[in-house]
Design a protein around this ligand. Structure first.
Ligand SMILES: Cc1ncc(COP(=O)(O)O)c(C=O)c1O
Length: 252
């Protein structure tokens, strides 16, 4: 990342006649006033492409409460198809996608097993506690972003001990953000799903970047999510440097 933070094809460096490190602009590639700079602080700073803006502006509209919005209906149907799930519901953010999934599956006082630093734990304003009324049991993960299967098994609470919060859900993140976005392969996803289901609880996948995992692993999203009971994902900005705007999300 060079100099000031800028994004997108319209972003330009300062229009100074002299380069930043003293060379005569625009002969230096680093100092050229027309050089596009890429903001690598986060993929959340990306913007929709002109095509995406046009598609949004021209989208057919209807009353979503009556199920009359053809665009939202098509989006939900496509999301369900891609994820291989019964149904999908468009929501306005990834945080809302995760929260609605937890609300649908975790009872008040329940406990969620998740990886240390999971987005839902560390970056969603503790909504699992405030809104869902649940606790989280956090497990370490390895350099591939994976929690050990035995550790997950051992993290389940004793259902016969009424002092303990009932284990209610296992959560995975794919790609796994804190390990520099390692993609979790289908074998591991299925194995975690089996552990969750053996313990009688659902698996939720925070798939904010599941399409990146799918590309990296050459595995369809529906296959990666085959064992998941719910998943959230985000929609990508195809022309951005890394991949996505921070505004369009869907929940399957
Ligand atoms: C792994 C992961 N899950 C969930 C979210 C939440 O998305 P949002 O910022 O749209 O609420 C993010 C945001 O970057 C994320 O990286």
């Amino acid at each position: 990342m060079l100099g000031r933070y800028t994004t997108g094809p319209e972003s330009r460096a300062d229009d100074s006649s002299e380069g930043r490190h003293g060379c005569p602009a625009p002969s230096c590639a680093l100092c050229s006033p027309t050089m596009t700079r890429i903001d690598l602080r986060s993929d959340t700073v990306t913007h929709p492409s002109p095509e995406m803006r046009r598609a949004m502006a021209e989208a057919e509209l209807g009353d979503d409460v009556f199920g009359d919005d053809p665009t939202v209906n098509r989006l939900d149907e496509r999301a369900a198809e891609l994820t291989g799930k019964e149904a999908a519901c468009f929501v306005a953010s990834g945080t809302m996608g995760n929260l609605t999934s937890l609300m649908a599956q975790v009872p008040r006082g329940g406990e969620i097993i998740a990886g240390e630093g999971a987005h839902s734990f560390a970056h969603e304003a503790a909504n699992f506690a405030v809104v869902v009324g649940a606790s989280m049991r956090l497990l370490p993960w390895d350099e591939n972003g994976r929690m050990d299967l035995d550790r997950i098994r051992r993290a389940f609470r004793d259902p016969n001990d009424l002092h303990e919060p009932p284990t209610s859900l296992v959560m995975l993140e794919n790609t796994h953000a804190d390990s520099m976005a390692q993609p979790l392969p289908v074998g591991y996803m299925d194995a975690v799903a089996a552990v969750a289901h053996d313990g009688g609880v659902p698996l939720h996948v925070d798939g904010a970047r599941i399409f990146n995992a799918s590309l990296a692993l050459s595995t369809p999203v529906s296959q990666l999510l085959a064992g998941a009971d719910s998943a959230s994902f985000c929609l990508m900005a195809p022309n951005s440097a890394i991949g996505r705007p921070n505004a369009l999300r869907s929940l399957a």
